[in-house]
Design a binder for this molecule. Structure first.
Ligand code: 26M
Length: 795
C-alpha cells in the first residue's frame, strides 16, 4: 500500500466513519481513522485464513484464558503488515506525528500480569506460524485498575478502555449463547437434565489477530454478558425505573470488570460465574463449529485442541462432559475420555494461596450438575487407581488444579525448573499415577512487539547486520555473536542503547519531572508487586548503598538509576506497604544533595504494557530476584535479555535457562537455589542470624525502623521490618549479603564499557530461543498435534 493510498483511506474514514474533517479532527479522531484504514488491510488475509482453515478440515486450537493483556493494537497491526513507513509518511503529510497518534491508544489491559501477557504473545505467534486458532476470553468493560500514588501510597481507580470507539472489534449478535446458573437437576428416561434458575446471554466480539507479514490471521473472540430480557416493562410502567433496569444491570455485571489477583474473599461468587460464563460460551461455540463440519462427536479430539490457561477455565472438564453426555447422549465413560482427549492444562504458579479451590456449597448452588459430574469424575479416577492418595475434593472444597490435571491429556509447566517442582510438589501424587502427563513448555515472548516495534534502533542494527529473517526466526540472532568482538558494531549497539536511554530520560523529565543522567546505569525491576518477587530486597540494597555513599561521598561510585514499576493487588496489604516504602525511600534519597549524583530512584505509577515497551529497551540491568522456586517462569526476564540488558538474578524460573543460554559469565547470579531455600527455612532464627552476620543489612533495617523514611512517624514500616527480622518466609534477609556482593560486581562490570557491551550483545545474540514462536511450535507438536497452514492462506 502506497503512502498516497493510505492517506486517502485515512481521509475517507475520517469523513465517512467519524463524520469530521481534517480541520476539526482531534488526535483521537486521526488515530481511529488510521485504525480503520489499517483494519481494512487485515480483513482479507483474515477471511483467507478462515477459509483455508475450513478447507483443510484439520485441527483447530482453542486457547481459553480469563486474561489477554494485549496493550495497544494499532502499532502491532501496522508493524505486522509492514506499513510502518507508509503510515509514518501518510501521517506527516497530514501534519501529524505517527508516534503521537499511536500513543493515543489506550492499552487493552484485560489481564493482571505474566499469565495474561503470555496469552497475548501466544495469540500473535499462533498467527505468525499459521496455526488455525481462536483465543477465547471475556470482554471486560473495565480492565486492570489504574494506579496512582497519593503520598506514596497506591490508590486504585477504574480503567475505562472502551470509552473511546474501539476500531478493532466486530460485534457478532448472531454468535450468542444462553448461559445458565443455579436451578435443578432431574433425571428422566435415563437422561439427566439441568434446568437453570437464571441465565444470561454471552455475545461474541471478534478481534482479528494478524501475524508477521500479514500471512495469516486468527480470531480473538471475547464474550460480553447481556441480559436475556432488556428491561422489565411492567415495573417501568409502574414507575419503578430503577427496578425495571435491574435485570440488565445484573446480567452485565458478569463481564463488567477484571478481577485483580487478590487475597480477599469478596466477590468469589461473581468470579466463579465469570469463569463458567466464558468457558461454557466457548465450548458451545467450539461444538457448534465442529458439528457444522463433522457429525461424529467421537472424532472431537482429532479436530479440537483446547488449552486451559491455568485453572480459571477448568470447569471446561465437567462442562464438556455434560455437553457430550447429557446433551448429546454419549455414554459417561466415553464422554470423559473424549473430553480428556481435547483438553490440556498449563499451570502458572505453585504458590498455595494462588491455587484455586471452590467450596462445594458455592459450586453446588451455581453449577449443581457440574458438581455432581465432578463427583463422578473423581469416583471414576479413584476406581481406576485404587492405590491413589489424592482426591479432587478436600475439606468441602473442589481443588481445581487436580480437576484440571485429571481432565487433561497433557499438563505443562512454564519453565524447566517449575515443571520439575510441579512433579516434586503439588502434583507429585498425580505425577506418580500419570508419569507421561506432565511436560515442560518454557515460555516465550513475541519478537515483533518486544524487539522490532519496542526497540527500532536495535532492530535496525540487527537487520543491517544479518537481514530481516530474525524477526520470525529469532535463533538467527546467533549470527551476530561474532560481532561482539567487532568494535564498530559494539559502538553502534552502545549508541542505540544510549539513544533509548536518552529518550526514556526525556520521557521521565516530561512526565514526572525527574531528571536522570543517561550515562548512569539504568537498573529496572518491573512486575507485579509481591513478596516472593522481593522488590523489598532491591530497595534494601538501595538504602544500604545510599548509606555507604553517604559515608564516603568522594568515593568512585558507579552512578545508578533504580527504576521500579508495578501494581499491587488492592487487597494485598503487605505489597502495598512495599510500594509505600519504595516511594518513601525514593523521596529521601532523591533529595539528598550529597548522594544524588550517584543514586536516584524512580517509580512511575500505572505500569502497563506500553510503559514496559519504553523501559525495557532503555535498561542496562534487569532485576529478576525472586526467592528460588517461587517464580514459575517470568517472561519480562526474556524481554530484557533480548534487548541487551544484563540480568542480576536467582536460579528461579526461566532465569535458569537464560543463564545457560547466554553463558554464566554474562549473567550476575546470586542467592540460594530452590533446595537451599527449603533447607534454610528449616533453620531456626534464619533471619536474625543473617542480620547479625551483615552489618550493612542491620543498618539499613535500623534506618527504616528509626523513621529515616517516615519523618515524624517512627514505626511506619514496622510490618516490613519485623517480617524481615522474624518469619521472613521469602528469605530476603538471608539472600541480602550475596545480593549486595553481586550488585558490586555489576558496578565494576559496568565501568568497563567495552566488556559490558560485549556481554549485552551476547545476551541479545543468544536469547533467540525465547521467541514465543518456538514455544507455540512446541505446543503444536507435543500437546496439540496441530499443523500450521501458512502456505494455504495464499496471502
Ligand atoms: C497474587 C496476589 C496474592 C496472592 C497470590 C497471587 C498470585 C500469584 C501468582 C496470583 C496468580 C499467580 O499466578 C498466575 C500468574 O500470573 N503466573 C505467572 O505466569 C507467568 C506466565 O506463565 C509466569 O511467567 C510467571 O512466573 C507466573 O508468576
Amino acid at each position: 500500500m502506497t503512502t498516497t493510498e493510505l492517506r486517502e483511506a485515512i481521509l475517507a474514514h475520517l469523513k465517512y466513519a467519524l463524520g469530521t474533517d481534517p480541520d476539526r479532527a482531534s488526535v483521537t479522531d486521526w488515530r481511529i481513522a488510521l485504525s480503520y484504514a489499517i483494519r481494512d488491510r487485515i480483513v482479507d488475509p483474515w477471511f483467507a485464513s478462515t477459509q483455508a482453515a475450513e478447507a483443510a478440515k484439520g485441527k483447530r486450537v482453542y486457547y481459553l484464558s480469563m486474561e489477554f493483556l494485549i496493550g495497544r493494537l494499532l502499532e502491532d497491526a501496522v508493524v505486522n503488515l509492514g506499513l510502518m513507513e507508509s503510515a509514518s509518511a501518510a501521517m506527516s503529510s497530514l501534519g501529524l506525528d505517527l508516534d503521537t497518534v499511536l500513543s493515543d491508544e489506550p492499552d487493552a489491559a484485560l489481564g493482571n500480569g505474566g499469565l495474561g501477557r503470555l496469552a497475548a504473545c501466544f495469540l500473535e505467534s499462533l498467527a505468525t506460524v499459521g496455526c488455525p486458532a481462536y483465543g477465547y476470553g471475556i470482554r471486560y468493560e473495565h480492565g486492570l485498575f489504574r494506579q496512582s500514588f497519593v503520598d506514596g501510597r497506591q490508590v486504585e481507580s477504574p480503567e475505562d478502555w472502551l470509552r473511546q470507539p474501539h476500531a478493532w472489534e466486530f460485534e457478532r449478535p448472531g454468535a450468542a449463547f444462553e448461559i445458565g446458573f443455579g436451578g435443578r437437576v432431574a433425571s428422566n428416561a435415563g437422561r439427566t437434565e439441568w434446568t437453570p434458575a437464571e441465565s444470561v446471554v454471552a455475545e461474541a466480539y471478534d478481534t482479528p489477530v494478524i501475524g508477521w507479514k500479514g500471512r495469516w490471521a486468527n480470531t480473538l473472540r471475547l464474550w460480553s454478558a447481556k441480559p436475556t430480557t432488556f428491561f422489565d416493562l411492567d415495573r417501568f410502567n409502574r414507575g419503578d425505573y430503577y427496578g425495571a433496569a435491574e435485570p440488565e444491570a445484573l446480567a452485565r455485571t458478569i463481564s463488567r470488570v477484571l478481577y485483580p489477583d487478590d487475597t480477599t474473599e469478596e466477590g468469589k461468587r461473581l468470579r466463579l460465574k465469570q469463569e463458567y460464563f466464558f468457558t461454557a460460551a466457548s465450548l458451545n461455540d467450539i461444538l457448534r463449529r465442529f458439528l457444522s463440519e463433522h457429525d461424529d462427536l467421537r472424532q472431537l479430539p482429532r479436530k479440537v485442541a483446547i488449552q486451559l490457561n491455568d485453572t480459571h477455565p477448568a470447569i471446561a472438564g465437567p462442562e464438556l462432559v455434560r455437553l457430550l453426555h447429557d446433551v448429546h447422549g454419549m455414554p459417561l465413560d466415553e464422554a470423559i475420555v473424549t473430553a480428556r482427549g481435547c483438553l490440556s492444562y498449563t499451570n502458572h504458579t505453585l504458590l498455595p494461596e494462588a491455587l484455586e479451590r471452590w467450596s462445594e456449597g458455592l459450586m453446588g448452588s451455581l453449577l449443581p450438575r457440574h458438581l455432581s459430574l465432578i463427583e463422578r469424575i473423581d469416583a471414576a479416577h479413584a476406581a481406576a487407581h485404587p492405590d491413589r492418595g489424592i482426591t479432587m475434593r478436600e475439606n468441602g472444597e473442589v481443588k481445581m488444579g487436580e480437576l484440571a490435571f485429571c481432565m487433561a491429556h497433557k499438563v505443562n509447566g512454564v519453565s524447566a525448573l517449575h515443571t520439575e517442582l510441579m512433579k516434586r510438589t503439588v502434583f507429585s501424587e498425580l505425577h506418580r499415577l500419570h508419569p507421561e502427563r506432565i511436560l515442560n513448555q518454557t515460555n516465550g515472548v513475541t519478537p515483533r512487539r518486544w524487539v522490532l516495534s519496542a526497540n527500532p534502533r536495535l532492530s535496525g542494527l540487527l537487520t543491517d547486520a544479518i537481514g530481516e529473517e530474525w524477526v520470525d526466526d529469532l535463533e538467527r540472532l546467533h549470527e551476530i555473536e561474532p560481532l561482539a568482538e567487532d568494535a564498530g558494531f559494539r559502538e553502534d549497539y552502545a549508541a542505540a542503547k544510549r539513544a533509548n536511554k536518552e529518550e526514556l530520560a526525556s520521557y521521565l523529565r516530561a512526565e514526572r519531572g525527574v531528571s536522570v543522567d543517561p550515562e548512569a546505569m539504568f537498573d529496572v525491576q518491573i512486575k507485579r508487586i509481591h513478596e516472593y518477587k522481593r522488590q523489598h530486597l532491591n530497595i534494601l540494597e538501595a538504602i544500604a548503598l545510599w548509606q555507604e555513599i553517604g559515608d564516603n561521598p568522594n568515593g568512585d561510585w558507579t552512578p545508578r538509576v533504580k527504576i521500579f514499576g508495578g501494581k499491587a493487588a488492592p487487597g494485598y496489604v503487605f505489597a502495598k506497604e512495599i510500594i509505600h516504602l519504595i516511594n518513601s525511600v525514593a523521596q529521601v534519597i532523591n533529595s539528598d544533595p550529597v548522594t544524588s549524583k550517584f543514586l536516584k530512584i524512580d517509580y512511575p505509577a500505572n505500569y502497563n504494557v506500553s510503559l514496559a515497551e519504553r523501559l525495557i529497551p532503555a535498561s542496562d540491568l534487569s532485576e529478576q530476584i525472586s526467592t528460588a522456586g517461587k517464580e514459575a517462569s517470568g517472561t519480562g526476564n526474556m524481554k530484557f535479555a533480548l534487548n541487551g540488558a544484563l540480568t542480576i538474578g536467582t536460579l528461579d524460573g526461566a532465569n535458569v535457562e537464560i543463564r545457560e543460554l547466554v553463558g554464566a559469565e554474562n549473567f550476575f547470579l546470586f542467592g540460594m537455589d530452590a533446595d537451599e531455600v527449603m533447607a534454610r527455612r528449616a533453620i531456626d532464627g534464619h533471619a536474625a542470624r543473617a542480620i547479625e552476620a551483615d552489618p550493612r543489612l542491620a543498618r539499613a533495617l535500623d534506618a527504616i525502623r528509626d523513621g529515616a523514611f517516615s519523618p515524624g512517624e517512627r514505626g511506619r514500616f514496622d510490618a516490613i521490618v519485623s517480617n524481615l527480622s522474624q518469619a521472613d518466609y521469602f528469605l530476603v534477609s538471608s539472600d541480602f549479603t550475596d545480593y549486595w556482593r553481586a550488585q558490586r560486581e555489576v558496578d565494576v562490570a559496568y565501568r568497563d564499557r567495552t566488556a559490558w557491551m560485549r556481554m549485552a550483545i551476547l545476551n541479545t545474540a543468544r536469547s533467540g530461543w525465547f521467541s514465543s514462536d518456538r514455544t507455540i511450535r512446541s505446543y503444536m507438536s507435543q500437546i496439540w498435534n496441530a499443523q500450521g497452514l501458512l502456505a494455504d492462506a495464499g496471502t
